[in-house]
Design a protein around this ligand. Structure first.
Ligand SMILES: *Cc1c(COP(=O)(O)O)cnc(C)c1O
Length: 373
């Protein structure tokens, strides 16, 4: 690999070139049998993925958004409910909540992990809701709507603090549906269960996406719901057959990759991803924070290095959710993080030389910025 060549933010062509032979055989099989939707290939994948996650069931669906919507509906979320989630996520998280008929209620994030902050969930439930202790019904005081579920997003490949969230959910009889669309294979050490758990196995159900750019990418759109609950899995199977177009799935090659953080983590002008002791992240994205993300992105671009921002506008500031009437400073952590983040190149074929070059350029930028101050 040429040490001075362009480093794309994500390279989807090389992995598929490497898998060309295998994928061609699968396509051929699908053509020969006209087995384009469902069938034994999907069933094999469902069995394998359930085992990978450590759940009893996996139900393949058309996309991650479908997976989240079906999982919410199957857990009993209804029209008029309120579902708690974070403002710093891909918009599909909130769309799936709305499409299930519910209203997203954003709660701010932890400043280090960028995931849903359990203390702030508790604060919302205790200060902004009324609780009927006899029936365990939680009602949002402002809207009068029942709060029925929590959707923690395992952002960038790191799981949210599930022990704490599950405790709160149990206390208030809320369903927890994990948005694991960025976290295939991420692990969390449950202090409660005294063992490592895999993303998708802790909530009542979980949603995965196999969109090509995710850690486990399909050759098209794909998603899945995982759960231990027989009835819930059955409901999702029904839901997916009711008009939900789903493309065919096949045995997929997953990937995850780590970027050596040591070079970067010594520099105070750059905040690197924080991994608590209870977490094994799979780095769907490698996101750093800097005071001048635009300058950093321009500098990296000039050095032929691709970047991204995930996500530049928090959901409470999106036009599509203006009807929820949030103001910009309702979620100060999510808002601050959104204007400081830069996603660096991250994909399995990224070589150590390329990683070192990215780190060098990041450091060169912050050093130049310090000098010119
Ligand atoms: C990708 C993604 C989704 C949606 O998945 P699709 O397969 O694109 O529908 C939902 N939530 C998060 C956090 C995602 O990254």
């Amino acid at each position: 690999m040429n040490g001075n060549g362009a480093i794309p933010f994500l390279d989807l062509v090389t992995p598929h070139r490497e898998l060309r032979q295998e994928l061609t055989e699968v396509f051929q099989w699908a053509l020969d049998t006209a087995g384009f939707v469902g069938g034994p290939m999907v069933e094999q994948f469902e069995t394998a993925f359930a085992r990978f996650c450590g759940t009893k069931y996996c139900v393949g669906v058309g996309s991650g958004t479908d997976a989240l919507r079906f999982a919410l509906m199957a857990t009993g979320v209804k029209a008029g409910d309120i579902v708690i989630t974070v403002p710093n996520t891909f918009t599909a998280t909130a769309e799936a909540i709305s499409q299930a008929g519910a209203e997203p209620r954003f709660v701010d994030i932890d400043a280090r992990t960028y995931n849903l902050d359990p203390a702030k969930v508790r604060e919302y439930l205790e200060n902004s809701c009324t609780v009927d202790d006899r029936f365990g019904v939680v009602t949002d005081a402002k809207t009068g709507k029942p709060v029925t579920a929590i959707v923690p997003v395992h952002l960038y490949g790191q799981m949210a603090d599930m022990d704490a969230l599950l405790d709160i959910a149990e206390q208030h009889k809320l369903s927890v549906v994990e948005d694991a669309c960025q976290a295939h294979g991420a692990r969390y050490f449950s202090r409660k269960g005294n063992r490592w758990r895999t993303a998708g196995s802790m909530g009542k159900a979980a949603a995965f996406s196999f969109y090509p750019g995710k850690n486990l990418g399909a050759c098209g759109e794909a998603g899945a719901v995982t759960t231990d609950d027989t009835e819930l899995a059955g409901k999702v199977r029904l839901l997916r057959d009711h008009g939900q177009a789903r493309k065919y799935h096949h045995d997929l090659e997953g990937y995850n990759g780590r970027l050596d953080a040591i070079l970067l983590s010594r520099n105070e002008a750059v905040i690197c991803p924080y991994e608590p002791f209870w977490s094994h992240a799979v780095y769907h994205l490698y996101v750093i924070r800097t005071a001048d993300p635009d300058g950093m992105i321009q500098h990296l671009k000039a050095a032929d290095i691709g970047t991204g921002i995930h996500y530049p506008v928090p959901l409470h500031m999106q036009k599509s959710y203006s009807s929820l009437n949030y103001s910009p400073d309702d979620f100060p952590v999510a808002s601050r993080v959104a204007v400081e983040i830069v996603s660096l190149p991250m994909f399995p074929q990224l070589t150590s030389e390329q990683q070192a070059r990215v780190a060098d350029e990041v450091l060169r930028f912050v050093q130049n910025a310090l000098i010119s101050q």
